[in-house]
Design a protein around this ligand. Structure first.
Ligand SMILES: [Zn+2]
Length: 463
């Protein structure tokens, strides 16, 4: 059972179970009784200080788990009962074979197409839930409130206190393995982060919270690419909930809605996060708590969509696998039209007529080393009245996905250039490139283990 499953069975937060499991909190008798009932054991069994299971027991558990996996079931091979009569060497061999089958399966699945399919599956699940995950909202808010959060932006100090509550210290290092964003040393209770390059940016708080989230949410080693993506999504979601806790955020947004003055920039500034983080957070809260369906997108200056969410019916372009990432954004949309603008002091507003109706959108642009980008939040025409910028006179008409809208060159231009143009295409750096498959998708195990060894307290060269 995962912590999430057990938590659901006994009606306790995962974070609480995790603290009990790690000896950081004493459980009440009622919780012990509930956990025992859920696991089908006697309460006394949980209190017994028996020695950890031996090698044989560990193998039996692993074999049992492997034989219950969908992958094994799909093979149609009969199960082997790991009874007393099965010799340990046979058990060892079976477990090793199961591991290899799983490894090969993962390797075969780590193709860009599978990654895109997994991503699409998760996006559809989220859309069905209006991008709102109440369990994570609660766990994250509980954690930051316990660490002293009251209102407004979450400070670095509160993040460090939250980590400490869970038994972790945050350590900044400049030699993190290239394939990682953070590394957590579970044995010594340390979270390694890159050094702060921009003092005060929310990036480091977010990274620390994401590292903490794996622990708080009871994540186990990902068993598939979908599992890996789901965990990635959950830690991002958790960090957003901690940086912009639900009760404080909803209170702020509800007041702005009542004033008919909703604006991403105000929300961003009140919580000390990036424009993108603030805009994306609205997708978690506005529909569930304020009754406003909406869309969000990040577009690059190559015209492609890098990140997108909608539950208001705005027509994103999808590829054959249903993915929206990497697909073109209509040139008439606010997200594209603002990319040429140089004045970035305020948001840019526009009404756009599309085949799916009229939408009001607000876009803000930014620059990274990879080029310019725009962040857009939009709603259907009838909901524009709650937002600052509703009185804009900017209007556009989009007929996409009809290719004659903006993706096929006008006849006059095509007639002049079709035979006389020879561009050489830039290789597209895709959003979801194939990943090397190790224990964790995309991560170089060797680098990580060497890094942890070098930094562990008491080790040679550590510190
Ligand atoms: Zn178009």
């Amino acid at each position: 059972m995962t912590l999430a499953q057990l938590g659901a069975a006994v009606g306790a937060a995962q974070s609480r179970l995790s603290q009990v499991e790690n000896g950081k909190r004493e459980p009440k008798l009622s919780l012990i009784t509930a956990v025992a009932a859920a696991l089908g054991v006697q309460p006394g069994d949980l209190l017994d200080s028996s020695p950890p299971p031996g090698r044989r027991a560990a193998l039996e558990i692993e074999l049992d788990r492997a034989q219950r996996s969908p992958l094994f079931r799909s093979l149609g091979v009969p199960e082997v009962r790991a009874g007393r009569t099965l010799p340990v060497d046979a058990l060892e061999a079976l477990v090793a074979l199961h591991r290899e089958v799983a490894r090969r399966h993962d390797a075969a699945n780590a193709t860009p197409e599978e990654a895109r399919r997994a991503n699409t599956e998760i996006r559809r699940l989220l859309r069905a839930a209006d991008n709102h995950l109440p369990e994570i909202e609660e766990v994250a808010e509980d954690l930051v409130r316990a660490a002293g959060y009251t209102v407004g932006a979450l400070t670095h100090r509160t993040v460090a206190r939250a980590a400490a509550e869970l038994g972790f210290s945050i350590i900044h290092v400049d030699d993190l393995p290239h394939s990682t964003r953070t590394v957590t040393d579970l044995a010594n209770g340390r979270i390694y982060l890159p050094p702060a390059s921009i003092p005060g940016g929310h990036g480091l708080r977010s990274l620390a919270l994401q590292a903490i989230a794996h622990r708080v949410l009871g994540h186990e080693r990902p068993t598939s690419y979908t599992d890996f993506l789901r965990q990635r999504l959950e830690i991002n979601y958790f960090a957003a909930c901690a940086l912009m806790p639900r009760s404080a955020a909803v209170e702020f947004l509800a007041a702005a809605k009542a004033e008919r003055d909703l604006a991403v920039e105000d929300f961003r500034d009140a919580f000390g996060v990036t424009h993108e983080a603030a805009a994306h957070r609205l997708t978690n809260l506005l529909t569930t708590h304020l009754g406003l369906p909406l869309h969000f997108l990040r577009a690059g200056d190559d015209g492609a969509l890098y990140r997108g969410y909608e539950n208001d019916g705005v027509p994103f372009v999808e590829d054959a696998t249903g993915a929206v990432e990497g697909q073109p954004v209509c040139r008439q949309w606010t997200a594209r039209r603002v990319l040429g603008l140089t004045n970035r002091t305020t948001e840019n507003y526009q009404y756009t007529d599309t085949p799916a109706g009229t939408f009001w959108c607000s876009s803000q642009t930014g620059t990274t080393r990879e080029g310019d980008f725009s962040i857009t939040v939009g709603v259907r025409y009838e909901h524009a009245k709650f937002f600052r910028g509703r009185d804009t006179r900017a209007r556009a008409v989009s007929r996409c996905p009809d290719v004659s809208c903006c993706r096929r060159a006008p006849q006059e231009l095509a007639g002049r250039w079709a035979e006389n143009a020879w561009p050489s295409a830039r290789l597209h750096a895709q959003t979801l490139a194939p990943l090397p498959s190790g224990t964790f998708p995309g991560v170089d195990d060797v680098e990580v283990y060497e890094f942890l060894t070098a930094h562990a307290p008491g080790e040679h060269g550590g510190g």
